[in-house]
Design a protein around this ligand. Structure first.
Ligand SMILES: [Cu+2]
Length: 259
């Protein structure tokens, strides 16, 4: 009967690995990557997954072997406690420390490309993003190309951006911590109240993709989502012009009401 438990424990690594092998075929793997830089993030993810996967399989097999070999029934002798092995402890401290240090150095280029201000494209901000409980507000600079002027265009939860072009987003929070997450662009950045951050990326494909908040920010966190549409520049500009005209019309209407 005791062998049963060791076999049950052996199922953990077997089923665990099977899940990872099957996930890509069941469409439960990473979301489609449409960005220019996303493959560097995916590469890091896979690299760390292989590394931790190998350690997981090795330790699970050792665990199974010890349960199988030393079950109570076939070992009448009582367990003896010893102080342990000093050299083993040194080894299992140094190995993980060296591995973590290696990952820290190995990922530096990916981190710099995604987060270092000096790597941002040298263009004026395409949009200003404001996260607030519980929506995404987008402010386009309008015709003059300058933010915070009267011709700015305002949008809620509906972001449009040109495809095949570098875009630079300035993001900030109006209230609490949020996280601006574009799964298909491999972009995620915390919004810290009082700070202005920048994110930049280039989409290589047209289409509609999710924008979600990846930081628990209150009761309505679950519904803090929007959509980003990547389209050719001409369509993008036509859409912006339409939004501007719409905005002007409502503006005039409210002014008439006030008169
Ligand atoms: Cu949020």
């Amino acid at each position: 009967m005791n062998k049963f438990w060791s076999l049950l424990f052996l199922l953990v690594p077997i089923l665990g690995v099977a899940c990872f092998m099957l996930a890509p075929y069941l469409n439960s793997w990473l979301p489609l990557d449409v960005s220019e830089h996303g493959h560097t993030i995916d590469h890091l993810f896979m690299f760390i997954l292989w590394l931790t996967g190998a350690v997981f399989i090795a330790t699970e097999c050792v665990l199974f072997w010890f349960m199988w070999r030393y079950d109570a029934r076939s070992n009448a002798e009582p367990v003896k406690f010893t102080h342990g092995s000093h050299s083993l402890e040194v080894v299992w401290t140094i190995l993980p420390a060296a591995t973590l240090l290696f990952i820290a150095i190995y990922q530096m280029e990916a981190w710099a490309g995604a987060k270092l201000g000096s790597r941002a494209p040298n263009i004026p901000p395409t949009v200003e993003v404001t996260g607030r409980q519980f929506e995404w507000r987008f402010r386009y600079p309008g015709n003059d190309g300058v933010l915070h002027t009267p011709d700015d265009i305002h949008q809620v939860n509906d972001l449009h951006l040109p495809v095949n072009e570098d875009v630079l987003l300035v993001i900030k929070s109006e209230d609490v911590l949020h996280s601006f997450f574009l799964p298909n662009l491999r972009v995620k950045q915390d919004l810290v109240p009082g700070m202005r951050q920048a994110v930049w990326f280039k989409s290589l494909e047209t289409g509609k993709f999710d924008i979600v908040c990846a930081e628990l920010c209150g009761w309505g966190h679950y519904k803090m989502k929007g959509q980003v549409t990547f389209e050719p520049r001409a369509d993008y500009e036509a859409w912006l012009a339409e939004r501007y005209a719409e905005q002007q019309a409502t503006h005039e209407e409210t002014e008439d009401d006030e008169d």
